[in-house]
Design a protein around this ligand. Structure first.
Ligand SMILES: Nc1ncnc2c1ncn2[C@@H]1O[C@H](COP(=O)(O)OP(=O)(O)OP(=O)(O)O)[C@@H](O)[C@H]1O
Ligand SMILES: [Mg+2]
Length: 250
């Protein structure tokens, strides 16, 4: 299963993705997280301190380009069926969870994340997963990546939304674009939800009830302030992580 997470900036995408990864791991799943945010942040969230050892996928595009130069006529970004072997080089493993990063993208000179996005898109489409393998894709904020079709190969898109008008607006825009690239399952998850009023506000604004609601958690905030991995917190977060996992693996 391939699950991507999206939403407005700062709504809690990376935090929720890390917690999903932890729960899936507990369930015995083989978890690969891909940090596709140009300002990667997942490693810290997972407590991976050796993140500088990770070769970003951006470098894979260089590698593929080099290979194709050496092999005249071979399609530029063709990934072979043994893509999984190649991918091992770009992963770091911690506590049984694997992490890949897309790499920081230089956009200042009008550059586009296109080559990296292209490789990521191909990778997602080509990766053949067993029932116990889950790929989690942490996306950059907003809708730009949907325009690039990066997430077109995922089975589920989880849109994080907080109880605010602007967050709902972005979430609906993401849902629309995700529908256009034909992602089969699109659902919402609430974050920083305090009470029933917040839940109803989200349900009314989105026209559907989010599948889970994460509370505003002092444990999460403390973890961030103390720079300790959020996956180590004790807080059950009102069973929201369990609800999410049950949704994906009923
Ligand atoms: N349920 C929560 N309770 C308390 N704090 C939270 C919660 N979820 C996220 N946060 C805090 O909100 C901030 C933003 O979270 P996070 O980095 O996960 O968001 P993001 O959507 O990935 O942001 P970006 O758009 O920059 O990638 C962090 O400081 C995080 O600790
Ligand atoms: Mg993030």
């Amino acid at each position: 299963m391939k699950i991507a997470i999206s939403g407005k900036g700062g709504v809690g995408k990376t935090t929720i993705m890390a917690i999903i990864a932890r729960e899936l791991k507990k369930l015995g799943k083989d978890v690969l997280i891909i940090d596709a945010d140009p300002s990667p942040h997942m490693a810290e969230t997972l407590g991976i301190t050796e993140s500088e050892r990770i070769t970003p996928i951006a470098d894979m595009t260089k590698l593929l380009a080099e290979r194709s130069e050496k092999t005249p006529g071979s399609p530029f970004y063709q990934l072979n069926p043994q893509v999984n072997d190649l991918l091992e080089e770009f992963m770091i493993e911690k506590d049984g969870m694997k992490l890949m990063v897309l790499g920081a993208i230089q956009k200042a000179e009008g550059g586009c994340a296109c080559p990296e996005s292209h490789v990521l898109r191909k990778m997602l489409k080509k990766m053949l997963l067993t029932a116990d393998e889950v790929v989690l894709l942490d996306m950059e904020a907003g809708v730009e990546h949907l325009g690039r079709g990066t997430v077109a190969g995922v089975d589920h898109l989880l849109i994080v939304v907080i109880p605010s008008k602007s967050s709902i607006r972005t979430a609906l825009k993401i849902k629309k674009l995700a529908g256009e690239v034909q992602i089969p399952n699109i659902s919402f998850v609430g974050n920083l939800v305090q009470d029933e009023e917040d839940k109803n506000f989200l349900e009314e604004g989105l026209d559907v009830r989010p599948i889970a609601f994460f509370p505003d958690s002092s444990a999460v905030r403390k973890a961030e302030r103390n720079e300790t991995p959020v996956i180590n917190i004790d807080d059950q977060l009102e069973d929201a992580p369990l609800k999410l996992i049950k949704y994906f693996f009923p």
